[in-house]
Design a protein around this ligand. Sequence first.
Ligand code: ARG
Length: 609
Amino acid sequence: MKKFLDLISAEVASAFEACGYEASYGKTGVSNRPDLCEYQCNGAMAAKKKYQKAPIVIANEVVETLTANMECARKQGKTPVFDTAEAVNPGFINLKVSGEYLAGYLRRMEADENLSVEKAAQPKTIIIDYGGANVAKPLHVGHLRSAIIGESIKRICRFAGHQVIGDVHLGDWGLQMGLIITEVRHRQPKLPYFDENFEGEYPQEAPFTISELEEIYPTASAKPKEDEAYREEALAATARLQEGVRGYHALWQHILNVSIADLKKNYGNLNVEFDLWKKESDAQPYIPDMAERMKKEGYAYEDQGALIVDVKEESDTKEVPPCIILKSDGAALYTTTDLATIIDRVQNYDPDEIIYVVDKRQEMHFTQVFRCARKTKLVKEDMELKFLGFGTMNGKDGKPFKTREGGVMRLERLISEIDEEMYKKIMENHEADPEEARRTAKLVGLSAIKYGDLSNQASKDYVFDVDKFTSFEGNTGPYILYTIVRIKSILGKYRANMAGQSAAGSDGTSGALQTGILAPAGESEKALMLELTKFNGVIGQAAEELAPHKICSYIYDLSNALNRFYHETKILTHEDAAQQAGWIALLGLTLRVLETGIDLLGFEAPERM
Ligand code: ARG
């Protein structure tokens, strides 16, 4: 469906044309003075120079035409676009749309399964690289933003009609694996994985649990600082794993299995779902050929034993170091796996675009990788590589978010603390069945976390303010859910009333009236309706700019408009059944828009709260 604003602009443009002016002057925007008008066109001022006329003269002519069109439509029994058009000094054109025209638009929106959003004319295949958890390391808040933002962008791009593949791209191929293998070896040297002469089947059972693994890694990663021999051992283990030594490979497989099962549970709790559970190690098979080709084609050369590709450019204002393809011991680095992963993705999915949702402190890494991929022709020229760098989630002290004791905040703990907070609020608010309250608290808690994050522009740092984010009032996830639940409750009561009436058979008619959305009867109703027309424009922008925060501010405005209308209107006790049914239809559409909005942000609403 066309955007409402475009339809309005087209109407004004044709009036400009009819008066002998270029149609482009008819471009119309939402008024920033809602007290005066709903829409405003400033084209008469812009046309002054070209036509050598006072803007107010032009505006008056256009308004005359618009007014004549309105009268003509009314006479013919058609719906005029505008109710009023006014020329105001020095040449503004102030407009109010007709309620019937507005209602007609919303009725079409209601009938459209995509709620007026047009699918992309040329759908792209987009890979979104997000999540980025590291195997054997617990998820912490640093990974939270990638998961939340990436998931939302995936849903938005999909809704806009693109084919989107989300890939978690687990970190499983770097030094951390060598460290864990080394630590396990020190603790259990007799395990067959370390016996080079072992030729039998390795045990099915992992030699550690997830909680042991989560203790092993930090212990191991602290040791190299004091113990040079340990460091050497870990480096060697990393290289041997990458070479494919059998025992190391089998042990690594155990680490993966144990860790991935746990990650799936954690991401599941966040309502985050990946299409691909690929890992850095999946890029390994591409590395030898890639390095060989880069060398042969003259892009890569050896420097102090390492294989590197220069990626600096003349216009650089800060130094961009060369891309290291292989270390002197032949081991792959973070850059190496990212480059080889591009090869994997191109071969298997032929994407038009890859979007990386990663901490903005990794920007230099991605500059190097993208430049190297282009220079060495790993990607077609028109393939886009986008880095969506996000800022840090800080505590109220302005420093990266920590536990109250000052330690690293684990994701599980953060979620359970928020859920607890929500549970308390729900139980205080009203009597609830504790079990249902727990379930509701989970949904509301997730909305608090996700909305708190997504309502900020991704690239900015933000303060994770538990009190603010969990509040039922203000620009928060719980407030949006509260609004949704309020609508659901009205609709539920309305349906129950209707069912009651038809059961009693009082007037012989059965069930709800099938009236669609009607022209607005009051100002707050019209404001709500105008807000609803913006939906397709907002989604288009959010998809274009990869900006979930635009959806947040839209559903916040829409919730405010809904609540204002609700407070001013007695819906359920209204005596005119047709009017009541019209309002119910309007609430139904608002509900769908809000629920679609939160689904695009990655959370859902409970039935009650
Ligand atoms: N595992 C990385 C980290 O924790 C993030 C991975 C991001 N994606 C990528 N293709 N490099 O920092």
